[in-house]
Design a binder for this molecule. Structure first.
Ligand SMILES: [Zn+2]
Length: 196
């Protein structure tokens, strides 16, 4: 496996310019025209000893609908959240750690029942457990509409401190800000257990 090519795009689609023949040889998944190298498949551009290739995303192919993953809410563009997948549900990062792009979580897939806006349930930085609901056109779509799915760690939107579960509401450990989340049933399990 080669070194990831330094470029703005971590993922390319067919026709994307990825390098010049002055610098590189054209390898698998590319073609060269007038000394310019373009991608012929969608994937990640790689530089293997100055040979450019495009590697189809293994992680995407391996992902199965229903697989449970851990991810971070990276951005919210209503009505969707963009989620980076950090690990499989077993916490092993190797399988998903290099997945460079975002998965999509639509507000309607957050929980059972109507959710208008992602921000009603999640905030940027929250760590969620989600399942893969669909893989379509190279895009991963997530869902958190089950008891064991949802935020497993949430952060205060005011001061970024972690939030603790108090009764059914999340409360900031630092500034006492209270907030709502779609939480996984084992959110801060130790504390839930203590409450009995
Ligand atoms: Zn706070």
């Amino acid at each position: 496996m080669g070194v990831r090519v330094f470029m703005e795009k971590k993922l390319v689609v067919p026709g994307d310019f990825i390098g010049t023949e002055e610098e590189y040889l054209a390898g698998h998944g590319t073609f060269a025209e007038k000394e310019r190298i373009y991608a012929t498949i969608a994937g990640e551009p790689l530089d293997t000893e100055r040979k450019l290739s495009v590697q189809q995303k293994r992680s995407l192919r391996a992902l199965q609908i229903g697989t449970v993953v851990i991810g971070t809410i990276e951005n919210i563009v209503e009505p969707i959240a963009l989620v980076s997948i950090k690990a499989g549900s077993d916490g092993r990062e190797s399988r998903f750690g290099e997945n460079p792009d975002y998965s999509v979580l639509h507000a309607s897939m957050i929980k059972r029942g109507y959710v208008k806006n992602v921000r009603d349930e999640y905030r940027i930085g929250d760590i969620i457990r989600a399942k893969i609901a669909d893989v379509r056109n190279g895009e991963l779509r997530l869902a958190t509409d089950a008891d064991e799915l949802g935020a497993i760690k949430a952060f205060c939107p005011k001061c970024r401190h972690p939030m603790k579960l108090e009764s059914a509401i999340l409360k900031c450990e630092s500034c006492d800000w209270k907030d709502n989340r779609k939480i996984a049933k084992d959110y801060r399990k130790a504390e839930i257990d203590r409450k009995g």
